[in-house]
Design a protein around this ligand. Structure first.
Ligand SMILES: Nc1ncnc2c1ncn2[C@@H]1O[C@H](COP(=O)(O)OP(=O)(O)OP(=O)(O)O)[C@@H](O)[C@H]1O
Length: 318
């Protein structure tokens, strides 16, 4: 059965992962719904790749329940695999092949999984144009630049027209132009193809631009879950108002910036100049959270920024 809009596509409950004696994931819970673009953010070593590899079925968790497209990824069959697309950190094989030949070759595996609603695979020419590799289509893969190589990785990930696409740091090494083109590609995939996307990134502006929802992974748990705006509002219930009056600069933090500004103008009218109202950016939110985590106050971060049940998870994980 194909997913309908808003249906849960990924469901993760109490996910734990231990490497040797180190607990990397200590009880991760989240859901991704059909059609959403969700970003997993977190400092180096937080366990983003581990999480994504468990969801892809490449790694077995130590504990917890994971459901992806209605199945346990560890037991996903060929049909399940054909419905998911994976963009790994880099495709290292087939250096002597060309993008056109490799995509045609890989595409053939998806022919048996074509359905009336979702014809598989993508046409090679359409895909090459979509990822911007037309000029390099017949070049040996080993001669591609880092950015071109990454575009090929993305093309390989979506050749089977997946319903769910996993991308692990997809734009690492992209120049600004390639990054913008990649963002447009993801937007096209989600709008036209209704592809659900889970990606990891270190780039906050990328998360803000692409993601419907951001999950912040730190201290082995999801410590924040919401849109970029929601997260910023959670960290800064207060806004900052800055203005000049009689040649002097003033700053005031307030929970009601609109009311404060209204009052300011009522009292001083046009003598108020250079007015600015500032809310915390996603970067402020993220850095505050990571600082709390790194100074050993991860539980506090989970309580302050997390989903409603974060406190319960925290108790459970102790
Ligand atoms: N196979 C493994 N055996 C032992 N430890 C591992 C293994 N894979 C990952 N780790 C450790 O688990 C932790 C999480 O790694 P992971 O790659 O999932 O983090 P990440 O959030 O993706 O990091 P980065 O942002 O640096 O890519 C790290 O401390 C890493 O060293």
């Amino acid at each position: 059965m194909r997913p309908v809009e808003g249906e849960s596509i990924i469901d993760v409950r109490g996910l734990r992962m231990r490497y040797g004696s180190t607990d990397v994931l200590k009880g991760v819970d989240f859901t991704v719904r059909s059609g959403e673009v969700v970003t997993l953010l977190g400092p180096n070593g937080a366990g983003k790749t581990t999480t994504i590899e468990i969801l892809e079925g490449f790694r077995l968790p130590s504990d917890g329940t994971v459901t992806v497209l209605g199945a346990d990824p560890a037991k996903g069959d060929e049909d399940w695999r054909a419905r998911t697309g994976v963009v790994l950190q880099s495709w290292r094989d087939h250096a002597r092949w060309t993008p056109r030949k490799l995509l045609a070759h890989l595409g053939r595996y998806y022919v048996p999984y074509s359905t009336p609603e979702r014809s598989r695979p993508y046409g090679v020419e359409e895909l090459i144009a979509m990822v911007g590799l037309a000029e390099q289509a017949d070049q040996k893969i080993r001669t591609l630049s880092g950015g071109q190589r990454r575009r090929l990785d993305v093309a390989i990930g979506i050749i089977g027209r997946p319903e769910l696409l996993f991308l692990d740091e997809p734009t690492a090494g992209f120049d600004p132009q390639a990054r913008r083109e990649f963002h447009e590609l993801i937007q096209r995939l989600t709008e036209l193809e209704e592809t659900t996307v889970l990606l990891t990134t270190h780039d906050l502006s990328e998360a803000e631009k692409l993601a419907d929802r951001i999950l912040i992974l730190a201290g082995g748990r999801i410590v924040a879950d919401g849109s970029a705006d929601e997260l910023a509002r959670q960290v800064a219930a207060e806004g900052q108002v800055r203005w000049s009056f009689d040649g002097q600069r003033h700053v005031q933090s307030t929970a009601e910036p609109t009311e404060f500004v209204w009052d300011l103008f009522t009292r001083h009218g046009r003598k108020i100049t250079d007015l600015e109202v500032r809310r915390a950016s996603l970067e402020d939110t993220y850095l505050t959270m990571v600082q709390q985590h790194e100074s050993g106050r991860a539980d506090q971060a989970a309580t302050a920024f997390g989903p409603a049940d974060a406190e319960a998870e925290t108790e459970d994980a102790r």
